[in-house]
Design a protein around this ligand. Sequence first.
Ligand code: GLU
Length: 293
Amino acid sequence: MSSNYRGRFAPSPTGPLHFGSLVSALASYLDAKCHSGTWIVRIEDVDTIRCRPEFTQQILTTLNSYQLVSDEPIRLQSEQTHLFETYLTKLKQNKHVFPCNCTRQSLKEYSGMHPHLCQSNESMAHSWRLKINNENYRYHDLIQGEMLFTDDLSGNYPILKRKDGDFSYQLAVVIDDHLQGITHLIRGADLIDTTAQQLHLYSLFGWQPPEIGHIPLVVNQEQEKISKQNHAKAILNGDLTTLKRALHYLAIDVNKANSIESALNQAILAWQPHRLSNQISKTIEPEDLFFIQ
Ligand code: GLU
């Protein structure tokens, strides 16, 4: 039985897959599979400074080793920049974006934010920023419940295309999710802050946003996201114990499973996202610290 459900895992290849990203990959996979849906992997490598092809390969090898295999050919965002340009042009035509010559130095007093329109022009090096308004966006998060974003669209005009020509995550993620027909986003709670801007872009393009659910983020004992900046380690490939511990953070116990395949199959049956409700983060347990140190 298949359904219209289409979910995705969309890692940015800025480092190898770490424990926290395995938990996110599993959540999106389990939600898709328990709905008999399609699950795809998309590599979000628009940032040419931070993303590296060798990390893309490592991530895909690790996902395969856990039998997390995309149901469709893997899309690399770096190969889709012509599409991002087309949609940016539409935003330009409708005056939803403006060119910006500001530098990091000139925005220093605003801590890197860009709180108002600037007197910039296209004849000098410029980025493209999204005009925002004070609209309040509301949506029902499949895991976190009712979400209301009141201040998220004020005080900052985010970049959609940088001066160096790279497109931003915000623009690329919305266009690709729409063009790939994604119906459900299940991702880490660190991305809640990006949601209002994404809903705003959906509304400017006149597109229906997907259903969205944010799982609690696994954090270190200092309550920080596990990331390359705090030396997150690559996880082992195809390791059943790692898989069981990752599932534990999704409130799933498959301790008796004796293979990756049976662990995944049991996890699909046991997946109950409401058990994660209203938790933004989960601190890594002492026995799992070696995954991140
Ligand atoms: N590429 C983003 C990241 O690795 C995730 C995008 C998303 O799930 O919306 O943080």
